[in-house]
Design a protein. Structure first.
Length: 363
């Protein structure tokens, strides 16, 4: 057998849920509603879609490795230096680039115990040690994280709002936390769902970048902008941090289609507003049906809700899937009994809860 790095021994491949076609075939269904991956139920902006189509006219050319147009667009949007941005095939790639840049064998990375799994995967692949601090009230325990900092700590990953719990670290707590973290530790705030939040208590993290050189912010076009299949995300940080990470970035890592789609998506503010409103309506409806059915849930700041259906997670997952609804089972996320349910359109959520009620009534 060909020898492989021992770090690979502790890794497991990411296992996505079944595709729509797989579920159709398995259960003999013709109509499936996917509420599993926090995708935008409205699709993407028509402006973005048209830009993708136009980009396919010249597929023989390599993409712009610098993401120049998108870089300038974002620099103007956030009033930052263009050199403060780095781009990747989704936030996932940037997380891996951060680990490759800052994590060596036996270095420590701190995060929550129930959160986005790529923080752990990126750390382990580099031979680092992952320190998982238990959540408190389903939220990142910042005081607990501070207590686990050692001389070996290199990076802290915080998802805000957190995936899968949907909870938020507020501005005051974040600021107090940043003031206590040593300046030689990189703090990565992953704000994949930030566009869904209009709460005044949510941190304006990007405005803090000039004050904290060890702070980095991650954003994505996969959620609110509906470009998940394009695979494009970006990181913002101090120029020195970005320059170091950029050294290990692969050339041409973001496709032309993804770049032009992202630029166009930023121009379609009406689509963003419509998505926000649909999400808020569906969230309110979901909460009301949970109350009617006496189901516990975690209040969310994202486009998904963790719901406790009062029965084993695999059982409820299969029951829903057999009726054409794909959700994310909580036992795979460290929360047995729960299902993570993406907020679809109100019409989709009405039909979903009708099925839920039938399943619960039938025992």
């Amino acid at each position: 057998m060909i020898k492989y790095r021992k770090e690979v021994e502790n890794l497991r491949p990411y296992i996505p849920g079944k595709s729509i076609d797989e579920v159709k075939q398995t259960y003999g269904l013709t109509h499936i509603v996917k509420l599993a991956s926090n995708e935008n139920p409205l699709g993407c902006s028509e402006l973005a879609k048209q830009s993708i189509i136009e980009s396919l006219k010249e597929p023989s050319y390599y993409p712009d490795g610098n993401c120049t147009a998108l870089r300038e667009k974002l620099a103007n949007k956030y009033n930052l230096n263009p050199n403060q941005f780095i781009f990747g095939a989704g936030s996932d790639e940037i997380i891996n680039m951060i680990a490759k840049t800052y994590v060596a064998k036996d270095d420590e990375v701190i995060t929550g115990d129930i959160t986005f799994p790529q923080y752990k995967a990126g750390t382990l692949q580099m031979g680092g040690k992952i320190i998982e601090v238990p959540l408190k009230a389903h939220t990142f325990d910042l005081d607990g994280i501070l207590k686990r900092i050692t001389e070996q700590t290199r990076v802290i990953f915080i998802a805000n709002p957190n995936n899968p719990t949907g909870t938020m670290v507020n501005a005051a707590k974040q600021l107090d936390f940043l003031n206590q973290v040593p300046g030689d530790i990189l703090v990565v705030m992953d704000e994949a769902y930030v566009e869904y939040i209009r709460d005044s208590n949510f941190p304006q993290t990007i405005s803090l970048l000039h004050q904290y050189p060890n702070l980095m912010v991650l954003r994505t076009f996969s959620k609110m902008y509906g470009l998940a299949s394009m695979r494009i995300g970006f990181g913002i940080g101090h120029e020195d941090v970005i320059e170091k990470i950029n050294r290990i970035r692969g050339p041409f890592n973001v496709t032309t289609a993804a770049q032009v789609a992202a630029v166009a998506a930023l121009d379609d503010e009406a689509f963003v507003q419509r998505t926000y409103e649909v999400n808020e309506t569906s969230k309110a409806y979901t909460y009301s049906r949970c109350h009617e059915l006496n189901l516990s849930y975690i209040e969310t700041y994202g486009n998904f809700v963790m719901i406790d259906f009062g029965r084993p997670s695999p059982e409820m997952f299969e029951a829903l899937q057999s009726q054409g609804y794909i959700v994310r089972p909580g036992h795979n996320l460290g929360m047995p009994g729960y299902q993570r349910v993406t907020l679809g359109t109100e019409e989709q959520m009405v039909a979903f809860f009708d099925v839920v009620e039938t399943i619960l009534n039938n025992g």
